[in-house]
Design a protein around this ligand. Sequence first.
Ligand code: ZN
Length: 491
Amino acid sequence: MKPKRRSLVCFFLLSSLALAQPQHPHKKSAKAAPVTRPKADPALAIHQSALIVDTHADTPQRFLDENFDLSQNTPVSEGHIDLDKIKQGNLGAEFFSIWVEPEFKGHYSKRAMDLIDSVYQQAARHPDKMTMAFSADDIVRAHDQHKFAALMGIEGGHAIENDMRLLRDFYRVGVRYMTLTWSNTNEWGDSSGDIQDPNVKHHNGMTDFGKDVVREMNRLGMIVDISHVSDATFYQPLLVSQAPLIASHSSSRELTNQPRNMTDDMLRAMTNNGGVVMVNFYSAFIDENYRKISSDPEKVKQRDAEVEAYKKAHPHPDGSPVTYDEYAPIEKKWAAQFPRPPLKSLIDHIDHIAKVAGIDHVGLGSDFDGVTSLPEGIDSAADLPKITQALYQRGYTAEQIRKILGGNFLRVMREVEATAKRLQSERKESAALSFEDIELMVGNRVNTAQLIDRINEHGVNFDLTPERRTRLKAEKADDAVLEAIGKGRRK
Ligand SMILES: [Zn+2]
């Protein structure tokens, strides 16, 4: 039997029992110091009663590139998450980020798979304390078993290498969300990170393939994550997606003028689509003063030069890129020159999003282990209770706080799962072939005559746009197949 988490009822019973005990006779007549009743902290009780889900931590790079093990209790200067900190912070579930640095060009999926493996390795090493989870039910089950639930989300749509089959493979190995872009624009979606860069080829949002990626994510049950995308990209999946979206780690632009943060209009769009915005804790995203001083061009230039010099001086013998974790100490040292913003700044963001998007549409997406500065008081996952305390002090009720800490996200995850189930059963009923069906058959070199027979028999449920035509041509589809598709459109 695993030791049961001490329940609230138990806690109150024990404290009142302690008070009810007869006092020692010798003390009876003494000028008794007032009995100090151990004051139960209501905020802490709320925190302990919640199932807390954080939707973004970059720890897998530490697993893979530093051979870090979650059982190692690390100083907060080195890491924000380990098993002790998870326990102290009562963190129930974490989405570990499968962040594929663009420097891995040519090896994106390999890098992603290595990071995915590193998360599974941690779960395998600590089966008594943690478990892999792939659904909302899994998260709840892990929580009931007093285990930490590890989930995975891909950061950067370029990881699928423009291939729908890889997207499906990533779902099969357990990935449950994907940011359409990271800070780099990919071949089907624009990023907020380089939207001003005239040297980058942009798409005015998303290409047709990008929209198909969203549809396929819906069908699979992979959550569409709009953190990092450009403003134009943001509005397009909203029109295409049949399931609610998330922003796994994004804050408010009204409060902190960062292009990666979300405008109030975007927040309201998230309400309309039933999604959830998970607030990023990074100092430069939550505090306008910190953002300004830390974006000083001269200072940024000096940091970037230092990082470049480090990379040059420490090349990998096999030619693979120098990873973020190797040069992170330089960035952390650089960030430390700016005073940390107060915790209030982070709480203001939660508060603002709760007001604009609604209490049902806000959550936590810390970005632990991926950022160089956090607000005062939040040194690691162990400090999560301080967020609950601050919300409680602002008058949030226990129910509202539990929604922010994880309830809202779980609701969205369940809706995404239900949408996938519905789309999969609808697809079984409808005989018309989807673009993915045909792309798969062409890719698998199904005999042309057979393919045309199937198209003639069932029809297709999509328009053959120029982009789709190019994709099928690239897969060496016969012209006769394209012609059959053109004739086979069913409404
Ligand atoms: Zn990110």
